[in-house]
Design a protein around this ligand. Structure first.
Ligand code: NAP
Ligand code: HSE
Length: 441
């Protein structure tokens, strides 16, 4: 290890997180040197547009470039920090950096979700560090917790709020009455959203993070394209208000549960990203703004609850900096927390998941309609716990809301299909899972 010699980094990206990192490296320089035993110096920064006006000044002595070769070919650069986002250019840069013997730190969950196993194999082959604390849940140290602190545990489940932008939008719609577009615009202005915000609102960003967490928690490869993902794009103010009347908040949830498989003592994973109702008294319901939270259940520790800023410049940059300090200390590569490659996960089909449901249908306000819809539920053995009919008749009908007891997604979809075939529905039905107390508290 190069004690006393500065750790020179090549930084790819000088946007929300990259500029936050430069700010923190300057503000916390004394503590960084005390903790790492050496300085961390940004030698070169890679951007797309070198002429762009920057809000944060370039660190003294740092070069700006638009040529990634200036990072990977510079023998004086020890580590490359990838904070560009996207897949192709980021992947090419990380592969080239590892090939050139450089350590890598990244916050790029989209890339890790799709190409993680390949990148971890290359890093292992080259005996290089590949760290990614900032890729999941911003400032919350969940990667380190799963990879190191909980490594002696058998994880049973993870459930949480993994996307700050969506949580910010839902909180603003629910408590301040903002509409979806206004709330999204604010999240973008505050630096929470992805460059392509559909990744946030369609649930894909949370899905990327869940895939990374599944590897860390179970050592299994859950292919991204096999994960059931629903976002919040089509969520209506009506459902947010109706859920509140029942005492619930709607949250975008990422969840994975390990169920006993029976075969070879293995596990089967039930995983997905979906908007769900969370009772207002539960901790997850109280997570507001761009905060994230994660409830981890493991066999020795029992339940643990992590809560903190899930997005934004400095919260994320702090996580990147922690990884850089680990690199500066010369810590041995422990990139995945597992000794071998990831085998493929055995997956429970989404249709077989069991849950209680909130179901809203728009119906004609006529005698017998409630009996007919209840009949469709009963035909699929679905037991209804509560029901309300709200509001005045409008062109789209009147809303009927059911809260069901536990059932499978398949049975619930079959019941709605029966109602549709019987001509009972004035528009497409809406349904959300309801998170149970023992799953989230
Ligand atoms: P950003 O504000 O859009 O900044 C991206 C930076 O990368 C810009 O400086 C851009 O250059 C540069 N860049 C993009 N593509 C490039 C390319 N092909 N070649 C060279 N430079 C390129 O993004 P960000 O919010 O900082 O996010 C960066 C990464 O961190 C992403 O992977 C994101 O998912 C992740 N992340 C973000 C947050 C957050 O709260 N924002 C939190 C956790 C993780 P120009 O400035 O010249 O355009
Ligand atoms: N766009 C992401 C979010 C950034 O809103 O959570 C943090 O990963």
């Amino acid at each position: 290890m190069n004690k006393g010699k500065p750790l020179n980094i090549g930084l790819a990206g000088f946007g929300v997180v990259g500029s936050g990192l430069c700010q923190l490296l300057a503000e916390n320089a004394d503590i960084i040197e005390k903790r790492a035993g050496r300085k961390i110096i940004v030698r070169t920064i890679l951007v797309r547009d070198a002429q762009k006006k920057r809000e944060v000044a370039l660190p003294a002595g740092t070069r700006l470039t638009t040529d990634s070769a200036e990072l990977v070919n510079d023998a004086d650069i020890d580590a490359v920090v990838e904070l560009m986002g996207g897949i192709d250019a980021a992947s090419a840069l990380i592969v080239a950096a590892l090939e050139h013997g450089k350590h890598v730190v990244t916050a790029n969950k989209a890339l890790l979700a799709s190409e993680g196993p390949k990148l971890f194999r290359l890093a292992a082959e080259k005996d290089r560090i590949l760290r990614y604390e900032a890729s999941v849940a911003g400032a919350i140290p969940i990667v380190a917790a799963l990879k190191e602190s909980l490594t002696g545990n058998r994880v049973r489940s993870l459930v949480g709020i993994l996307n700050g932008t969506s949580n910010y939008i839902l909180s603003e719609m629910s408590t301040n009455g903002l509409d979806f577009k206004q709330a999204l615009r604010q999240a973008q202005e505050l630096g929470f959203a992805e460059a392509d915000p559909s990744l946030d609102i369609d649930g894909h960003d949370a899905a990327h993070k869940l895939i990374v967490l599944i590897r860390l928690a179970f050592g299994l490869d859950y292919p991204l394209d096999k994960l059931a993902v629903t976002g919040i794009r089509n969520l209506s103010a009506m459902d947010i208000a109706l859920a509140r009347e029942f005492g619930y908040r709607i949250k975008l949830i990422g969840q994975v549960t390990a169920l006993k498989n029976g075969e070879n003592n293995g596990i089967i994973l039930a995983a997905g990203v979906f908007p769900a109702l969370v009772h207002q008294n539960l901790l997850l319901a109280k997570v507001g703004g761009a905060y994230n939270a994660l409830r981890v259940s493991a066999n020795a520790s029992g339940p643990l609850f992590f809560h903190g800023r899930g997005a934004g410049s400095l919260p994320t940059a702090g996580a990147v900096l922690a990884d850089l300090i680990a690199v500066a200390r010369g810590e041995q590569p422990n990139n995945t927390g597992f000794a071998a490659d990831f085998p493929k996960a055995t997956i429970l089909p989404a249709d077989d998941w069991r849950s209680c449901y909130y179901v809203r249908v728009m119906v004609e306000d006529t005698p017998g309609v409630l009996r007919d819809i209840s009949g469709c539920m009963a035909a699929e053995n679905i037991s209804v716990a509560q029901m309300i009919q709200k509001g005045e008749m409008a062109a789209s009908g009147v809303p009927l809301v059911f809260m069901t007891h536990e059932t499978s997604q398949k049975a619930m979809l079959n019941a709605l299909e029966r109602a549709s075939r019987a001509g009972l529905l004035r528009e497409a039905p809406v349904y959300f899972r309801i998170m149970e107390r023992d799953q989230v508290n």
